[in-house]
Structure formats: structure tokens, C-alpha cells
Design a protein around this ligand. Structure first.
Ligand code: AMP
Ligand code: FE
Ligand code: FE
Ligand code: ZN
Length: 275
């Protein structure tokens, strides 16, 4: 059978491999298609598409948006979005400005706690990247303040930790709407990540569906077969297409590898039929 991985991060956001590298890794792992889904930007797509063409690997353009759903951060994937669409670029520009302001604030709070890290240092280490907490964490690691990224989250920047700065996200409805207006297919990412009860998860799925969402991620690196089977049932019940991906990030999530999450190519065919 042919397999796909429709959830991969690159150096365009908080992944540690370039788009060309993830395309090569996926081709080597035997995938027929992948999607590049960096946080809040499409900058990694072109490189992966062109390398994919050489390797016989289909590369789907994608994005992952962090949204606000009644106070919970819910991630929405958008496949086949038109990178030139103004509806989307406006939204991304706002998200980027908020990110930059938050990153500055995080480093201020860290410095007040004795961690000498500046955004100039973070930008110098990661040129051309949409920056976030993982990048600040890696600079903290370089400077010997923490031994790994997880420690930086646990002790400093994660929710509930002493230097946590909340993030302002776009409303879920806006994200779904703008993806649709950019010609894309909105998909609910990793539905179990939000730790909702079954009734609350159903309410979220219903909301995504009512806003025009077309799919939900049922195959995911952290979900076992029973969880995937349950999500497939829910997707069918709400008339959403199943998708699947690893959420590969490289070094910042070292337990997720390319090649282990195997969703069938038929999922992508069904998505393409809805373009
Ligand atoms: P930000 O966009 O700045 O809020 O950072 C969020 C990103 O940090 C997520 O997309 C994850 O990739 C990563 N992340 C969140 N929590 C952790 C954690 N505990 N350990 C490592 N990476 C994390
Ligand atoms: Fe991430
Ligand atoms: Fe996510
Ligand atoms: Zn992701």
C-alpha cells in the first residue's frame, strides 16, 4: 500500500530539518506523499515541492494555525491553500506580529529571572524562521541554562511555569474561514491533544464541521490503534474526511520520527476530490 504523512514541520517554523531534508527522508522511508505544515507560514513549501519532484514524492502545500477555541489552543491544518491569497496573508501577518511581540516579552521575563537571552541572539541562530518558544529554548540550551528543550518548557516557558507568557491566537472560526477563502481544506489537528471529555470533543468537532471544516487528523504519531479507530468513527459520524500525519519536528520532538506514522494514500485522494 502507498502511505502518506500529512503533518511535518521544517526549519521554516520549529522543525530542525530543512524542507529539502524532510522530503528526502520521506522519500527514503517510502512515502508516496507528504504535506509541509509549518506553524503560521508557507515558506518551506516551495523547496520541498521542488525536491519532491526530483524524488517522485508528492508534496502537498499546507499550514498549521494556532487558534483560540473558548480559551483552549486548537490547531487547524490547512491543505492546498493558495500562498498568494490575501485573506490568508493578512491573517498570517497579524499572527507574526503577535508572535514577535510575545517572543520579546518572553525574553524580557527570562532576563528578569536571570536567563540572559535576547531575541537578537535567537534571530541570529535561526535566520529566515518563524520563531517561537522552541527557538528561545535552544538558545537557552546553547548557553547552558537548560540541558534540553523540554526542561526549558517545564521550568520556564511552558504553561504554568514561572516565565510563561500567554499567546493571543486568532479565533478558530476565522482560521477555518480564511483557509476556505484561500482555496484550502481546513482539518482539525490531533483531536486528543486538547484533553477534552468526549462530549466537549464532540462539540469541537461539530463546530469545525459547521464552520466548513472538511477533515480531522485520525492517524497521528502519538495515538494507538484504539484511539485511531475511535477517531475514524467520529470522523465518519460527523462526515469529516480522515487525515494522518506524524507532526515530525526533528530535534525538538525527538521521539517522533518520519516513517512510523502510516496513513493510506486513499486519504489524500479523498481530500483532493474536495478541492
Ligand atoms: P509557541 O508557538 O512559541 O507557543 O511554541 C509552541 C511550540 O513549542 C509547539 O508547536 C511545539 O512544537 C513546541 N512545544 C510545546 N510544548 C513543548 C514541550 N513541553 N517540549 C518541547 N516542545 C514543546
Ligand atoms: Fe511545533
Ligand atoms: Fe499542532
Ligand atoms: Zn504540528
Amino acid at each position: 500500500m502507498d502511505y502518506i504523512d500529512l503533518h511535518i514541520h521544517t526549519t521554516a517554523s520549529d522543525g530542525s530539518n530543512r524542507p529539502a531534508e524532510v522530503a528526502a527522508m520521506a522519500a527514503r522511508a517510502g512515502y508516496r506523499a507528504i504535506a509541509i505544515t509549518d506553524h503560521d507560514n508557507l515558506n518551506g513549501v516551495d523547496e520541498a515541492v521542488s525536491v519532491g519532484e526530483h524524488l517522485g514524492l508528492e508534496v502537498v502545500p499546507g499550514i498549521e494555525l494556532s487558534t483560540d477555541y473558548a480559551g483552549t489552543e486548537v490547531h487547524i491544518l490547512g491543505y492546498f491553500v493558495d500562498p498568494g491569497a490575501e485573506s490568508l496573508s493578512d491573517l498570517l501577518a497579524v499572527a507574526l506580529r503577535r508572535r514577535e511581540a510575545r517572543n520579546e516579552r518572553i525574553t524580557e521575563v527570562l532576563r528578569a529571572a536571570g536567563i540572559q537571552v535576547t531575541m537578537d541572539e535567537v534571530r541570529a541562530k535561526f535566520p529566515g524562521t518563524v520563531l517561537g518558544r522552541p527557538h528561545i529554548a535552544m538558545v537557552m540550551m546553547d548557553k547552558g541554562y537548560v540541558s534540553d528543550v523540554r526542561q526549558a518548557f517545564r521550568e520556564y516557558m511552558g504553561k504554568g511555569a514561572k516565565c510563561y507568557v500567554p499567546k493571543i491566537n486568532m479565533p478558530l472560526d476565522h482560521a477555518v474561514d480564511r483557509i476556505l477563502r484561500a482555496g484550502g481544506l481546513p482539518v482539525l489537528a490531533h483531536p486528543y491533544q486538547y484533553e477534552f471529555s468526549e462530549p466537549d470533543l464532540r462539540t469541537l468537532i461539530r463546530r469545525v464541521k459547521d464552520q466548513g471544516g472538511v477533515g480531522m487528523e485520525c492517524v497521528y504519531s502519538k495515538y494507538d490503534d484504539a484511539q485511531t479507530a475511535r477517531l475514524l468513527e467520529l470522523a465518519a459520524e460527523y462526515d469529516l474526511l480522515p487525515t494522518g500525519g506524524s507532526d515530525y519536528h526533528g530535534l525538538s520532538k525527538p521521539n517522533i520520527q518520519i516513517g512510523t506514522t502510516k496513513a493510506p494514500y486513499a486519504y489524500l485522494e479523498a481530500l483532493k476530490a474536495r478541492k
